[in-house]
Design a protein around this ligand. Structure first.
Ligand code: 4AD
Ligand code: MG
Length: 431
């Protein structure tokens, strides 16, 4: 009896007869031999069908197989130095599940719209598989970092009565008779959780009805949001750089072949080790103006500004101390210079833009109430949040890492649409 296995495990079955449920990725033939390029989701292996060594039925079936036909393949695993995976299978039998006709995604080039319309099939391609494997490794490494550094995982709600990051890009829905919004960030709830559990992190989907069609924006994206009680801005930056170093080094260690598939320049990633450089907003404005940009103090950075700053470094760079006027209401002013806040954006190298936004939070109840007035936030809707400053307030800091931008950077992709299995982009909800 053949042992049922998967391609990832064939190394444990050299010399044995195994059966593997597979799809036909590709096929070549040279007269009396058919070379089946098999994939099963866990990996790739070549199945060799030799006319003289199999039944006529098996030979004819092998000949008829088309791209994406599904089949149980039985054969003997051999070590094969010439193959990329190091193994090959001598096929002894084939059991057809389905013969596929006219698979839409052929090895030729397709346009982006066509691929996006066929995302459910496009995911099967070698490159897309590699991206999904790296995405999963990033998530694993994120959780490993926080779980082993004293953080507790907490899940904030998705349906919320108020906004967390401004009201311009809120997704509105009804909650029975009330108005509700899909969460833009779990932060405010994570602040409550930090007061209950000390160091916490969340990992979940967030939604922003951004009308911007850029390489960096998704409508639905996943965020990792740590929040730390008794932690100042400086301590938070140290957590951030150690965290990102751990994630990048984990991908390098565990996803070599996927990075190779993506032809990622690994030397650029090997360099990502804490500490990371820092530049203040003031110094960044000065630098940009020297570089020929015409940007006054007080204006926010756009993608070209971030890219110009990032190009000066070969690691992620923190831009710190932005003007309070262009940042969120909850950020703590610098005590020595209240017009700027104790915040930082982490800008990824190679033009991938902001991957982390974070800050120390206002812990003073009076100042928080002032900010509520300035930002015209209704204290009634946020009563619970104000309570956090009323009952045992403490200095605390936190940040949010955008998963998809991180995947785009580590994989070296042009666009975030390939970093998530089913991207929600401007005006695209299908498939
Ligand atoms: O800078 P943002 O808006 O920060 C917050 O939401 C804070 N409440 C986080 C916190 O302190 N807990 O978003 C954080 C990160 C960005 O740096 C970016 O990586 C990502 O989320 N992000 C997006 N990614 C994809 N598409 C979008 N539309 C994104 N908007 C933000
Ligand atoms: Mg931001």
């Amino acid at each position: 009896m053949a042992i049922k296995t998967v391609i990832r495990q064939v190394k444990d079955h050299v010399g044995e007869t195994v059966v593997i449920g597979s799809w036909i990725n590709n096929k070549r033939s040279s007269g009396k031999i058919q070379f089946l390029q098999l994939r099963d989701g866990t990996g790739y292996i070549q199945g060799v069908v030799v006319k003289n060594e199999v039944s006529e039925e098996t030979w004819n079936l092998a000949k008829s197989l088309t791209q994406e036909s599904s089949v149980y393949v039985t054969g003997v695993i051999r070590e094969e130095a010439r193959s990329k995976s190091g193994f090959e299978m001598t096929v002894t039998g084939l059991e057809l599940i389905q013969l596929t006709d006219n698979y839409p995604i052929t090895p030729k080039e397709h346009g982006v719209d066509f691929l996006m319309d066929h995302r459910h099939l496009w995911l099967r391609s070698t490159k897309q598989r590699a991206i999904m494997v790296i995405r999963a490794e990033i998530i694993r490494a994120v959780q490993e970092f926080f779980d082993t550094n004293g953080f507790t995982l907490v899940d904030p709600p998705i349906l919320t009565p108020t906004s967390a990051e401004g009201t311009t890009n809120l997704f509105h829905t009804k909650y029975f008779e009330e108005d509700a919004y899909l969460t833009q960030s779990g932060q405010l709830y994570m602040e409550a959780a930090a007061m209950a559990l000390g160091k916490v992190y969340s990992f979940g989907p967030t939604f922003r009805a951004e009308k911007s069609k850029t390489r960096r924006h998704l409508i639905e994206f996943w965020m990792i949001e740590p929040e730390m009680a008794f932690t100042d801005h400086e301590e938070s930056l140290r957590v951030q750089e150690n965290f990102i170093s751990h994630v990048v080094q984990s991908v390098l260690k565990n996803c070599r072949s996927e990075l190779e598939t993506l032809e990622r320049d690994i030397s650029k990633l090997e360099n990502i080790q804490a500490p990371f450089p820092r530049i203040t907003y003031d110094a960044a404005i000065e630098f940009l103006n020297k570089e020929g940009f015409d940007i006054p103090w007080g204006e926010d950075f756009g993608a070209p500004h971030e890219t110009a700053i990032a190009e000066a470094y070969d690691k992620p760079v923190f831009i710190t101390h932005y003007p309070a006027s262009i940042k969120a209401f909850y950020m703590k002013p610098d005590p020595t210079r209240p017009e700027v806040v104790l915040c930082a954006d982490m800008i990824a190298p190679e033009g991938y833009g902001e991957i982390i936004g974070g800050s120390q939070r206002i812990d003073d109840p009076e100042l928080m109430e002032e900010r509520f007035k300035e930002h015209e936030l209704s204290p009634e809707s946020y009563q619970w949040y104000l309570d956090l400053r009323k009952y045992g307030t403490v200095p605390h800091s936190g940040f949010g890492l955008g998963l998809e931008r991180t995947v785009a950077w580590i994989c070296g992709l042009d666009h975030v649409r390939e970093t998530i299995p089913f991207p929600r982009t401007l005006y695209r909800l299908y498939p």
